[in-house]
Design a protein around this ligand. Structure first.
Ligand code: GDP
Length: 362
């Protein structure tokens, strides 16, 4: 069984939306990602979740499983092939990228700790998202810490909440209201997602617990809802390539490689690529396209699977010559038969101006 890299077969031929998680430290970004990733949903095997380069891929079947408990409240169609979640919460490539139509992330999850409310990096994240006009939802995490919360693991928030005592409901409402006021002070109107009648104007809040898994079905449901209903144009396969460099790494046997999120189009072995380098543009050819070996096959000789061609959206490692000075956070372009290579070299170097401001010492 091949990893779902060259997937689709979808009538609408939408690609997988890409999602990033950000927020203040300790709000539960990592734990939430782990919880979403857990494959075993109460006996039902939600298989096929695969670790990619810098990202986790959730095939639509896994999302169907995990959102089953939502059926009593909401309908859902499953038009996208899956969901790609960037693994590093608040990854600097996302933070670094200047607006210029950056397409690394279609939707972001801003995690807020319900016990702490807005914190410094929450406010920075809000600014970033607004500057970029990036759509996002708020995960109001750690609801299990409300005094006397009765947990029902992996349940929808809506059902779990209905079953809480009056005191729990009141504490929740007080904390929610305070956080909504704090968000309004940042210029954001917000509403609990199932009471939100105007998704374009109001940010949706999904209460979650990364410990009990409550609210995770609601979160996945809403991600699908927003991306499928409101962004399907963005998710149509385009002929042109959109790709962002996440990391530059030396790998034994491959030399310097780049980890790339391919947001749109295809990459093929041998493609001529143009990217931004510290000392000027880099033009090279893709020598190898690599994804991690599926876990159960780790005893095989290589850690990586080679591909002739990969299709968005996915995380992929590229081996090629001259990648040593590649700049993470910048775009990667593919030279087509009618493209002007010189012009593309200028284009990618434009990214550097924005990126250098925020490059750290590492
Ligand atoms: P990050 O810095 O945002 O990635 O936060 P982590 O995922 O590392 O979580 C920070 C701490 O909060 C850890 O001790 C987690 O176990 C805890 N934590 C995260 N989510 C929850 C939650 O939903 N409920 C509770 N009670 N603890 C949580």
């Amino acid at each position: 069984e091949a990893p779902p890299v060259v997937s689709s077969g979808n009538k609408k031929d939408l690609r997988s939306p890409i999602c990033c998680i950000l927020g203040h430290v300790d709000t539960g970004k990592t734990k939430l990602l782990d919880k979403i990733r857990q494959t075993n949903v109460q006996g039902g095997e939600a298989g096929g979740i695969t670790q990619q380069i810098g990202a986790t891929y959730f095939p639509i079947e896994a999302i169907k499983q995990k959102t089953k408990v939502m059926a009593q409240y909401e309908k859902q169609t499953f038009d996208v092939p899956g969901l790609l979640v960037i693994d590093t919460p608040g990854h600097e490539s996302f933070t670094n990228l200047r607006s210029r139509g950056s397409s690394l992330c279609n939707i972001a999850i801003l995690v807020i700790d319900i016990m702490h409310g807005l914190e410094q990096q929450t406010i920075e994240s809000i600014r970033l998202l607004r500057d970029r006009k990036a759509p996002f939802i708020v995960a109001l995490n750690k609801i299990d810490r409300l005094y006397d919360w009765k947990e029902i693991p992996n349940n929808s928030f809506r059902d779990s909440f209905e079953k809480q005592s009056r005191a729990v409901k009141e504490e929740f409402q007080t904390r929610l209201t305070n956080i909504q006021i704090a968000l309004a002070e940042q210029g954001l109107n917000s509403e609990l997602y199932f009471q939100n009648k105007n998704m374009a104007k109001y940010v949706s809040i999904v209460p979650t617990s990364a410990v009990t898994g409550e609210g995770v079905p609601d979160l996945l449901w809403l991600l699908l809802e927003l991306t499928q209903k409101r962004m399907s144009k963005q998710l149509m396969y385009l002929s042109h390539v959109e790709a962002t460099i996440l990391e530059v790494k030396v790998i034994e046997g491959f030399g310097t490689t780049i980890d790339v999120i391919l947001s749109n189009g295809y990459l093929r072995e041998g493609d001529r690529i143009v990217l931004c380098g510290m000392n000027g543009p880099i033009v090279t050819n893709i020598r190898a396209l690599l994804t991690p070996q599926p876990l159960r096959e780790l005893r095989l000789k290589s850690e990586y699977v080679h591909h002739k061609e990969v299709k968005a959206a996915l995380g992929v490692k590229i081996a090629a010559n001259d990648l040593e000075k590649a700049v993470s956070g910048s775009r990667l372009l593919v030279v087509g038969p009618d493209d002007d290579e010189e012009e593309m070299m200028d284009d990618v170097m434009d990214d550097l101006t924005g990126l250098l401001d925020s490059v750290d010492t590492s």
